[in-house]
Design a binder for this molecule. Structure first.
Ligand code: GLU
Ligand code: ZN
Length: 470
């Protein structure tokens, strides 16, 4: 039997979830849980100096909002937890001990200053900087002497002197790195804190993760992580590295640079399904051109259609999917979506009517402000172009419209017939000046639906105004 696919998302709580992280999370989710496997969530908070618990809360909320539910995580242990690295210290301690006992790791007593001097010397000699191996061969007496000076050792991994580390990246294909270029790397800092790529690798293995999808920025960690897991004789996941997501200016999106976050999008009124449709096509080809329901994302996702070139954030594309998502809201969902923007004194029925009428013309809840005056207030000034349409129709047209409205009321079909008879106008020459006079703009929902929603007193005042002004 094929082993079950287990994927994960492993955010560090150093900021709010931005779109690049969200894409990585979505693709991992689709590859795992949504395809019948498991998807887990691990919080990489071993670096106690950075970030804070508020970011854990907000990232979990953002993932849940996007519909990326997890089978195990900080709030849901399945026996392989804890799912927060800050709570896994004892597990890491056991592994350090094993590595040191078996000779795969050794204590390094070098001070930051000594390491810096060595690094500068290497750079000056045009060599790539890497640990010079100072403490590799210390015997127990030499170690004891350094410990007696009060030096706290870091723990370093002993990288083989020769050999090539090879792996097949799920996105980028075959990779190979000569071990000699790596340098012995730190697993545990002198202050006892674990290093990121140590926890990251052993946790994936201990949590039975089979496929890791993550950002390109981690590609250079992978050979070290493979060596480490091999030394520990632990199962090794397959790794796939996604190209970065760049912002419009070509700079990488990053939490700390304050790039577009999922929370900001949600607050502006973007719908989760719109963000999902956008991300599904971001650096991933082959999804249909049309809207895909979130429940169908997994069926439209395939690892071998992930691109290798950086993807660019494109706000116009996102808005395209937003428009599609808004169109698909039920009236009840639409009311919920724009509720805060509607007048407090409106009844449930009025809210439903407004949403039903204008849903197709709103991209964000805040766009409601463009339409409320049409239904119950003063219209903003006309554009010059719209104004000239009214001037061309002339006062007699609007006087006729006023009379016709008196006679037939808000039935636009009847109103049109009546006006045609009285003025000889028809089609756009009839309906466009009427629309502009009544709504203050030349676009919007069907006039037939809109007119009955405008109070009669306002209709009369607007037609009278148009007759006087032009
Ligand atoms: N905690 C890492 C990050 O946020 C995740 C690395 C990984 O996915 O392996 O970049
Ligand atoms: Zn050293």
């Amino acid at each position: 039997m094929e082993p079950i696919t287990v994927t994960r998302f492993a955010p560090s709580p150093t900021g709010a979830l931005h779109l690049g992280n969200a894409r990585t999370a979505l693709f991992s989710f689709l590859l795992g849980r949504a395809s019948g496997g498991r998807f887990i969530l691990r919080i990489e908070d071993s670096d106690r100096g950075r970030g804070g618990p508020e970011f854990i809360v907000s990232q979990l909320a953002d993932l849940a909002w996007l519909g990326l539910s997890w089978d195990a995580g900080p709030d849901r242990d399945d026996g392989r937890g804890p799912y927060r690295q800050s709570e896994r210290g004892p597990i890491y301690d056991g592994l350090y001990e094993k590595l040191e006992f078996e000779g795969y790791a050794y204590p390094c007593y070098c001070t930051p200053l000594e390491l810096d001097v060595a690094r500068r010397a290497q750079l000056a000699a045009s060599q790539p900087p890497r640990y010079p191996g100072t403490c590799r061969g210390l015997d127990s007496a030499a170690r004891a002497a350094r410990a007696a000076e009060g030096r706290q050792p870091a723990l370093r991994f002993r990288v083989p002197d020769a050999g090539v580390i090879e792996f097949e990246d799920l996105v980028r294909g075959p990779q190979s790195v000569a071990a000699a270029t790596l340098g012995d790397f730190v697993l545990r800092r002198a202050d006892g804190g674990p290093m990121f790529f140590f926890c990251n690798a052993v946790d994936d293995s201990l949590m039975d993760v089979t496929q890791v999808l993550r950002g390109d920025d981690h590609l250079s960690n992978t050979p070290r992580q493979l060596l480490l897991l091999q030394a520990l004789k632990m199962p090794v996941p397959r790794y796939g590295h996604l190209p970065l997501l760049l912002d419009a200016s070509g700079a990488p999106l990053s939490k700390r640079r304050g790039s577009t976050t999922v929370g900001e999008l949600r607050e502006r009124g973007y719908l989760a399904a719109a963000v999902g449709n956008y991300l599904l096509r971001l650096g991933h080809t082959g999804a249909p051109d049309q809207w895909v329901e979130p429940a169908e994302f997994a069926r439209n996702f395939s690892l071998d259609r992930l691109g290798r070139a950086p993807a660019h954030f494109d706000a116009a594309q996102l808005d395209h999917w937003q428009r599609e998502a808004v169109r698909r809201l039920t009236p009840e969902q639409a009311v919920h979506w724009l509720d805060a923007e509607l007048p407090a004194d409106w009844s449930g029925q009025q809210r439903l009517e407004f949403a039903g009428l204008l849903q197709g013309n709103l991209l964000f809840p805040a766009d409601t402000a463009d339409w409320l005056p049409v239904l119950r207030g003063d219209l903003p000034p006309l554009t010059a172009e719209d104004s000239s349409v009214l001037a061309e129709a002339g006062p007699a047209f609007f006087e006729a419209a006023l009379t016709a409205y008196h006679e037939v009321g808000a039935d636009v079909g009847a109103l049109g017939r009546e006006l045609k008879q009285r003025t000889g106008r028809k089609g756009a020459a009839l309906f466009m000046p009427l629309r502009i006079a009544l709504t203050g703009r030349h676009d919007g929902p069907e006039l037939a639906a809109l007119l009955p929603a405008i109070p009669a007193a306002l209709v009369r005042a607007r037609l009278t105004g148009a007759a006087r002004a032009h």
